[in-house]
Design a protein around this ligand. Structure first.
Ligand code: GTP
Ligand code: SPV
Ligand code: MN
Length: 589
């Protein structure tokens, strides 16, 4: 496939280490992929779903202990521990290579090693980067084919001398005690072993497009962020682009594909999806910030996805999609998950593989689908995919939005005073943990820019990079914070969310265009109630007031928690963060 010596030498080394019985290059052809699907069905690795109702769709079940990212087994192995910083797990590269080599040694005996050349970003775009993943899992090959641009054209783009990120994945026996997801940012290398779950093994995604890319971006003057990208079209047909960073399972896919409330739809408002998880951002020649989505598909949370909550995502899963750890309806070999409808299948196979009566099973409080079950759907399937999705130059960004799950404290929306204050707003994000990562769910933790699990270097330097970037962007996007998850005293969501979030996006763009005033508070600018389009909502005036209110006591407690969090970075923490905390303290009185 290639004469690139760097590729060939590395491949020989990895073959000698893993000792596969065969090596197969993935050329991206439909014939080859179809043969692999057949093989996976034969071996039981995948189940073929109803090809009339769900053409090209397959099902995969992972091991019970292998259903989410494993942050405690994810490492950043820089030369010094200081470069990885206090948030990342670290081990000296030589020590880690030795440990991993022992695990990979002979790991593919009797198995096939697949060589997947892939591009993050449109092939040939100045934003794009190339990776090669070696894996012994057909599931990984088929997912990578959906999530990235795979095949011959990538090898051609790499040329005889091009550089690439080296990615090695071996499934082994998915032993959780020997599971490692390891990054060597200074060697452009990722090594993953003993897992077969999405974020741990689709190495183009979080491992490359965030952890390695954030390091590359810091060195090269661009940014890799855990952000959706959407285009909001107004009735005049103008499209403005927004990036939003929310932690895992906090609403990026939903916001990226939202359908506006009826009265706005009638006026001609529309949302176009550019990306639902990752954005790569560069300063354009006109001094604006431009974004591409480096991915080619959506690896979305299934539970909660319905015609009502996310019609576009559901449509995207109707063909050529791989479902992981959802439930099967054995009646007609279709899929089901909590929140799809109120009709769990009677003849169900729950995600662990047991045949159950779904109605009785769920009535007893059991879940048919794993809370972190996912669909892998090609972006081209999405009815609202943006016409700019393949634009190699990306789209110009008007606003950056940060947000998390906060039952209290954070108001529905507020605007930062300027870029530097916006960096502080992002850096002080906190959110309740979700099922997307192994561990406790619902615990509030600090999650700067939704990047806590994904920064491939010292987070203090990452904050500095944000400040440095601000100086390079002549016309920077305005920065906002949102919270769709505020709860009332009975534990109900106060804000309807989903499509109605469009009302908040409209306010955000109105602010960007200087069309509306706002109220200055201790933490930033909040909307005047009359500037929010609330028609058709069943929200009392008190609830709206509450949603926009700032609880000073809660913010004082949050500030104390911020100080504790930032203290761990010592002298490396940018002075701007400390100044912003002092200023917030003064404002809170
Ligand atoms: P990752 O793929 O893990 O990065 O997740 P994500 O940020 O794309 O989250 P996603 O859009 O898949 O939403 C995760 C969960 O949040 C789903 O169960 C949604 O139903 C729920 N959710 C999304 N948007 C809203 C909202 O506006 N309000 C409420 N209450 N829930 C929401
Ligand atoms: C996330 O956890 O933020 C995801 C899913 O988008 S994974 O690919 O597992 O990281
Ligand atoms: Mn994500």
């Amino acid at each position: 496939m290639t004469n690139n010596k760097k590729v060939l030498n590395w491949l020989e080394e990895m073959k000698a280490l893993c000792k596969p019985a065969n090596v197969v290059w993935i050329d991206g052809s439909e014939a080859q992929l179809e043969q692999l699907r057949e093989e996976a069905v034969q071996s039981g690795e995948m189940i073929k779903l109803n090809q009339e109702k769900l053409p090209g769709c397959y099902y995969h079940r992972t091991a019970e202990n292998d259903v989410a990212r494993v942050e405690d087994r994810t490492f950043i192995c820089t030369e010094t521990e200081e470069e990885a910083g206090p948030i990342n797990n670290w081990m000296a590269p030589a020590e880690m290579y030795a440990k991993l080599n022992a695990l990979y040694d002979g790991s593919m005996e009797g198995r096939t090693m697949y060589v997947i050349p892939y591009s993050m970003g449109p092939v040939g775009s100045p934003f794009s980067k190339i990776g090669i993943e070696l894996t012994d899992s057909i599931y990984v090959v088929l997912n990578m084919d959906i999530m990235t641009r795979v095949g011959k054209e990538v090898i051609d783009a790499l040329g005889e001398d091009g550089d690439f990120v080296k990615c090695l994945h071996a499934k082994r026996d998915v032993n959780p005690d020997e599971r490692y997801i390891v990054h060597f940012p200074q060697d452009n290398t990722i090594m993953s072993v003993n897992s077969a779950y999405g974020g741990n093994v689709l190495l183009g995604k979080k491992c490359f497009a965030l952890r390695i890319a954030s390091y590359q971006g810091m060195k090269e003057g661009w940014m890799a962020e855990h952000m959706l990208i959407l285009g909001l079209e107004n009735p005049k047909g103008e499209v403005k682009y927004i990036c939003a960073a929310f932690p895992s399972a906090c609403g990026k896919t939903n916001l990226a594909m939202l359908i506006p409330p009826e009265f706005l739809k009638e006026q001609g408002y529309k949302v176009w999806t550019v990306g639902d998880d990752i954005a790569w951002l560069r300063v354009g020649e006109d001094g604006r910030l431009y974004a591409i989505n480096p991915e080619a598909g959506f690896f979305g949370v299934a539970p909660g996805t319905s015609v009502k909550s996310n019609f576009n995502a559901l449509e995207a899963t109707k063909k050529n999609t791989i479902f992981t750890n959802v439930a099967i309806n054995e009646e007609d070999m279709t899929v089901w998950w909590e929140g799809l409808d109120k009709n769990p299948p009677v003849n169900a196979i729950e995600w662990k593989g047991a045949k159950v009566n779904g109605k009785e099973y769920t009535a007893e409080g059991n879940k048919l689908a794993h809370p972190n079950s996912r669909f892998t759907a090609p972006a081209v399937n999405c009815p609202c995919i943006s016409s700019e999705f393949e634009n190699p130059q990306g789209v110009p960004i008007s606003a950056i939005v940060f947000g998390g799950r906060r039952a209290k404290t954070a108001p529905l929306v507020y605007q930062a005073r300027d870029w530097d204050h916006g960096v502080f707003v992002g850096a002080t994000m906190a959110s309740e943990t979700t099922a997307a990562a192994a561990g406790a769910v619902g615990v509030v933790r600090r999650d700067p820019m939704a990047m806590r699990p994904f920064v491939g270097y010292n987070m203090a330097d990452y904050f500095q990079h944000w400040y440095d970037m601000g100086k390079k962007i002549a016309n920077p996007p305005k920065i906002f914070n949102v919270n769709w998850f505020r709860l009332d005293d009975e534990g109900n969501f106060m804000w309807p969310g989903f499509g109605d979030n469009m009302r908040v996006l409209n306010w955000i763009l109105d602010r960007c265009e200087g069309k509306v005033d706002a109220v200055e508070t201790e933490i930033g600018f909040v909307p005047n109630k009359e500037d929010l389009q609330l028609e058709g909502l069943d929200l009392s005036d008190e609830v709206v007031t509450e949603l926009l209110s700032i609880d000073k006591q809660a913010w004082k407690e949050d500030l104390a928690n911020q100080r504790e969090f930032f203290a761990q970075f010592g002298d490396r923490l940018p002075k701007e963060i400390k100044d912003s905390m002092d200023e917030l303290e003064k404002r809170l009185g």
